[in-house]
Design a binder for this molecule. Structure first.
Ligand SMILES: *[C@@H]1O[C@H](CO)[C@@H](O)[C@H](O)[C@H]1NC(C)=O
Length: 276
């Protein structure tokens, strides 16, 4: 399912959009040089095992597209990893940039977006990305972000891209008109504000009515106990996923480590896929 603005607006009026996984795939693709992106295999397996679930995988060679300026950052490991992602029909690959709370110089941000768009020009394999993830976007000036998002839509030409904005907390309605996906909650599991349930209080309060299908919730350190005392196990993971679906939340991610680990139990990437 492609979450273009037009498509999601249409879906909201005609059907309920499926809840998907917004995966920050920040771990380096390979354990050893040219090993076929072995570190990403758990994610590739999880995506393949959940073919009815839409995935957005955010790739991040170095707080951006990487230093070489070349598609794939001239790195066989990234090229192998991204091409394997792109070979799966239910995932869209998203390139990472950071606005640094509105302090990243627009020219630098734009150069990185142009670089991400250029990954599609690599001819030896399909490593084109489907959108841009704007990190560190909390408390951003609307015009700053609007200029950056508009730049991205233009940079990809006729390709309809997915724009993801990480606010990490509530964002005014107007941001949902430019961001296809907005992270409205990002925290560790045991935070007093963390969702002891999906779709109520914090999440509902942070999501403007009618934009639930564009909202995303990201929870790390899914270990120990949740703020409501429930054990952080795969049963809790399944119940959060079900509650998110019932609420009509667009996207979610739970992990037990930081974003550089997809294999820390109990919320491994495989367990998350199995919770759907
Ligand atoms: C641009 O990309 C470079 C290389 O990945 C990174 O060092 C820099 O922080 C990025 N800047 C922005 C604004 O994304």
């Amino acid at each position: 399912m492609v979450f273009t603005r037009a498509a999601s607006a249409l879906l909201m009026t005609t059907s309920v959009a499926a809840t998907g996984v917004l995966l920050p795939l920040y771990t380096y693709p390979s354990a050893e040089y040219n090993d076929g992106a072995a570190n990403w295999k758990p994610a590739l397996d999880a995506i393949a095992a959940s073919s009815a679930v839409p995935w957005l995988a955010v790739v991040n060679p170095g707080n951006g597209p990487g230093q070489t300026g070349q598609p794939g950052n001239s790195d066989v490991n990234y090229i192998a990893g991204v091409s394997q992602l792109n070979a799966q029909p239910n995932v869209q690959t998203i390139g990472y940039v950071r606005t640094n709370y509105g302090t990243s110089p627009p020219a630098e941000l734009q150069a990185n977006i142009t670089n991400w768009a250029s990954w599609a020009s690599y001819s030896a394999s399909n490593i084109g990305v489907d959108g841009i993830f704007f990190d560190e976007s909390s408390a951003l000036d609307f015009e700053y972000l609007n200029t950056a998002v508009t730049y991205a839509r233009t940079a990809f030409g006729s390709k309809k891209i997915v724009t993801i904005c990480n606010f990490g907390s509530a964002a005014p309605d107007e941001f949902f008109t430019i961001c296809d996906v907005a992270i409205v909650f990002e925290s560790f599991l045991n935070s007093p504000d963390a969702p002891a349930y999906m779709g109520e209080e914090t999440i509902d309060a942070n999501t403007p009515d009618g934009y639930e299908a564009q909202a995303a919730v990201v929870v790390h350190d899914f270990v120990g106990t949740a703020a409501d005392g429930r054990a952080a196990d795969t049963t809790l993971l399944r119940s959060y996923v079900q509650e998110a679906k019932d609420y009509g939340l667009g996207w979610l991610y739970f992990c037990s480590g930081g974003y550089d680990s997809i294999t820390t139990a109990p919320a491994t990437v495989g367990a998350l896929a199995a919770a759907f």
